[in-house]
Design a protein around this ligand. Structure first.
Ligand SMILES: CC(C)(COP(=O)(O)OP(=O)(O)OC[C@H]1O[C@@H](n2cnc3c(N)ncnc32)[C@H](O)[C@@H]1OP(=O)(O)O)[C@@H](O)C(=O)NCCC(=O)NCCS
Length: 166
């Protein structure tokens, strides 16, 4: 972990006031798939089924992640770390928090979709224990990019005890 991100805080709920900063970060992080302000309004309005958290460093929003909680299966809706804060373990921390919150909400599995050309995110998920369960061919347009559907088991099949960290 880099010594330059020592005082980060993770877990505050995202609020309406974060939307301008979220839209700015989306534009820098998701070339073809950036969420607009109306999308963020709709997503935050969909709580408590949706669960979005902030990651802050020096009081500034530098990352975020969110879940769709739907009983047995939870989905990671988004996960992102500002370019200047990447590579310091913060994405891994957000992902571990998503897994623990999904487990606390009663989910047995955590699912997500990732572009096949997103090597960094795929490595992050594989390192956290996610496995590819199916491929959606040419799912992302434009570009004909496949979507990998990845899954993490949150509970032991035998006794329901969690088998991941976080
Ligand atoms: C994907 C993302 C959230 C990772 O955040 P991060 O803070 O850089 O990730 P971390 O520093 O916690 O990395 C954790 C692990 O993920 C893997 N990883 C992360 N970024 C990587 C990259 N660019 N290349 C290769 N591996 C990478 C590594 O295995 C890393 O572990 P290591 O450092 O011990 O090798 C961040 O790059 C991001 O916001 N990208 C743009 C948005 C995006 O693509 N989100 C995912 C959509 S599905």
């Amino acid at each position: 972990m880099s010594p330059s991100v020592t005082d980060h805080v993770v877990g505050r709920a995202l609020s309406w006031a974060d939307i301008p900063r979220l839209v700015e970060l989306e534009g820098r992080l998701f070339a073809d798939d950036a969420w607009s302000a109306p999308t963020w309004w709709a997503e935050l309005a969909a709580r408590p089924r949706r669960d979005y958290v902030a990651l802050e460093s020096d009081g500034e929003l530098v990352g975020y992640a969110g879940l769709d909680l739907a009983g047995e299966v939870a989905d990671v809706m988004t996960i992102a770390v500002a370019p200047e804060a990447q590579g310091r373990g913060l994405g891994g921390e957000l992902l571990a928090l998503m897994a623990s919150r999904a487990r606390e909400a009663g989910a047995a599995y955590l699912l997500l979709e990732v572009r096949d050309d997103n090597a960094g995110a795929k490595a992050l998920y594989a390192r956290a224990g996610f496995e590819v369960v199916t491929v959606r061919r040419r799912y992302y347009q434009p570009g004909d990019v496949d979507a990998l559907v990845m899954r993490l088991r949150l509970r032991d099949e035998r006794d329901g005890v969690g088998d991941t960290n976080g």
